[in-house]
Design a protein around this ligand. Structure first.
Ligand SMILES: [Zn+2]
Length: 411
C-alpha cells in the first residue's frame, strides 16, 4: 500500500497508528514534516526503520518497489536526496523515505574513548544490582576496557567498575583535545619513560591544545613525563606533548621543556619560617632546591632539604634504597585545579597545603608505603626524629586517611 500523496503529517517518530495498521509498509514522501531525529541531507550514519518501509528504485514514491523492510531494521545510509535515503537491504540498493528512519547512536566498543553524558553509577559487576562503587562525573572522558551486556568497564578516580554504556557518547579523535586520565592521580610515571624538566618559570599545563584553559603552573625544574599512548589516542599536535606531572595531566609546549634539571641541590640560606611567610603555592624559585638522590630531582623548600637528607640516609640504611618521592612542592594554580577535580577528602583547600610551601612530601601509593606496608610503619615510627611527621588525622580509619603524606615541622 502506497501512502505517498497524503500531504503533511504531524511531526512524530512513526506514522499515526491508524495509518500504521492500514499500511503493510510506509514510505511517505518528500514534502512531509520530518521528525526531529529523522535522517537529514548530508548525513551518513546508521539508522533504524520506525515502520515497515518500502525500498524503492528511485528517491520517489513512484519508484519501483524492490523490497519491504520490517520495522526495526538497521541500515546504513550512503546518500540522501530530498527526504529520501539511499540504503542497502537484502542485497539491493535503493531508496527509503527518511521520515521513517531514525538515527541510531552507535554503541561504544572496547578500546574507544567515551564521554559521560550523565553521572552514572559505577558498579562492581555489569548489572543493576551489584555493589555501587562510586558516581562517575559527567563529561569525563574514559577509555572503555571491556563491554558486557550493554555495560562498559572503565576506571574512574582509581576505581574500576561498570557503567551503563548508554551513558557514554563516543569521543572522536581530535588532535590535542582534553584527555581525562582515568588512572591514579599521584603516580605520574607508571609506564612512562620519556622524562623532561620544565625550563621556564611557571610552565603552562593546558587542558587541551586548542582550548584556553590553563590548569597548571609548573615551576622551573619540575619533572614531567610524556604519555605517548594518550597522545596517540587523542591525536598528536606538533610542538605540543601530553604530560603527567604533579599528579596532573595536560598539554605542554615542547619549547618549555628540557632534558635536564638545573635546580641547585644544596640547602641554601633560607629558614622554614621565611618560606612559610611566602604566599602558598607561589614561593620564589630561589627558595626551592632539588632532592639530589631522587631520580626525578623533585623540588622542595630549601630549608627542609637537610632533614630530608638525614631521613633518607636512615631509610636507606634500613631498606637499602632511597625513599621514593611522588611529589613535594606544588604551585597554587595546580592546587586549585586539584581541589576542583578531587574535592576536600583528597585535596587540601587551596592555599593551605604544605605542598604549597614545599614543606610536605608524598611517597607513592604502593603497598610498601600503605598503612600495612613496611615503609609506612618505619616512617611513622622514625620520621619525627628528622622533623618530618605523619599527622594523626591522616591515619587509617580517618575520612582523610592518607598513608603517603608527610610534613616538615622544622624551623
Ligand atoms: Zn601530600
Amino acid at each position: 500500500m502506497v501512502l505517498a500523496g497524503l500531504g503533511p503529517v504531524p511531526a512524530q517518530a512513526s506514522p499515526p497508528a491508524v495509518l500504521q495498521s492500514l499500511a503493510a509498509s510506509a514510505d511517505l514522501a518528500a514534502n512531509v514534516l520530518q521528525p526531529p531525529d529523522a535522517v537529514r541531507a548530508g548525513t551518513a550514519r546508521t539508522v533504524q526503520t520506525t515502520a515497515n518501509l518500502n525500498l524503492r528504485s528511485t528517491p520517489s514514491a513512484s519508484g519501483k518497489k524492490l523490497a519491504t523492510m520490517p520495522k526495526g531494521t538497521r541500515l546504513s545510509v550512503s546518500a540522501t536526496k530530498s527526504g529520501w535515503s539511499q540504503v542497502r537491504y537484502a542485497g539491493k540498493t535503493g531508496w527509503a523515505s527518511s521520515t521513517y528512519l531514525r538515527k541510531v547512536a552507535k554503541a561504544i566498543r572496547a578500546g574507544e574513548l567515551g564521554k559521560t553524558t550523565a553521572r552514572p553509577t559505577l558498579r562492581q559487576k555489569p548489572n543493576t544490582t551489584s555493589k555501587a562503587l562510586a558516581t562517575v562525573p559527567k563529561s569525563g572522558i574514559y577509555t572503555v576496557k571491556e563491554i558486557s551486556g550493554g555495560y562498559a568497564r572503565i576506571t574512574s578516580r582509581s576505581k574500576t567498575g561498570w557503567i551503563q554504556g548508554k551513558y557514554l557518547s563516543i569521543v572522536a579523535k581530535k588532535p590535542g583535545r582534553e584527555i581525562y586520565i582515568d588512572q591514579k592521580y599521584t603516580s605520574n610515571r607508571a609506564g612512562l619513560t620519556d622524562r623532561y624538566w620544565t625550563k621556564v618559570s611557571g610552565g603552562d599545563l593546558y587542558e587541551s591544545v586548542n582550548g584556553k584553559k590553563r590548569i597548571g603552573d609548573i615551576p622551573r625544574n619540575s619533572v614531567v613525563y610524556r604519555d605517548g599512548k594518550m597522545e596517540k589516542t587523542a591525536g598528536s599536535v606538533k610542538g605540543w606533548i601530553f604530560v603527567r606531572t604533579q599528579g596532573m595531566s595536560g598539554w605542554m609546549k615542547t619549547s618549555q621543556l628540557a632534558r635536564t634539571s638545573t635546580a641547585p641541590t644544596a640547602p641554601g640560606k633560607y629558614s622554614a619560617k621565611q618560606v612559610r611567610a611566602q604566599k602558598n603555592g607561589k614561593i620564589p624559585e630561589r627558595m626551592l632546591v632539588a632532592i639530589a638522590w631522587d631520580k626525578e630531582k623533585t623540588l622542595i623548600a630549601a630549608p627542609a632539604l637537610k632533614d630530608l637528607n638525614r631521613l633518607n640516609a636512615a631509610f636507606k640504611k634500613k631498606f637499602g634504597h632511597n625513599l621514593d618521592i611522588d611529589l613535594a612542592y606544588r604551585t597554587r594554580a595546580t592546587q586549585d585545579e586539584y581541589w576542583e577535580e578531587l574535592g576536600p577528602y583528597v585535596a587540601a583547600r587551596p592555599g593551605t597545603s604544605n605542598h604549597g610551601w614545599g614543606t610536605a612530601i608524598d611517597v607513592p601509593e604502593t603497598y610498601g608505603y600503605s598503612f600495612r606496608g613496611k615503609y609506612y610503619k618505619w616512617l611513622k615510627a622514625n620520621s619525627k626524629k628528622y622533623n618530618w611527621v605523619h599527622r594523626k588525622i591522616l591515619e587509617e580509619g580517618s575520612p582523610y586517611a592518607e598513608a603517603w603524606h608527610f610534613e616538615y615541622t622544622g624551623r
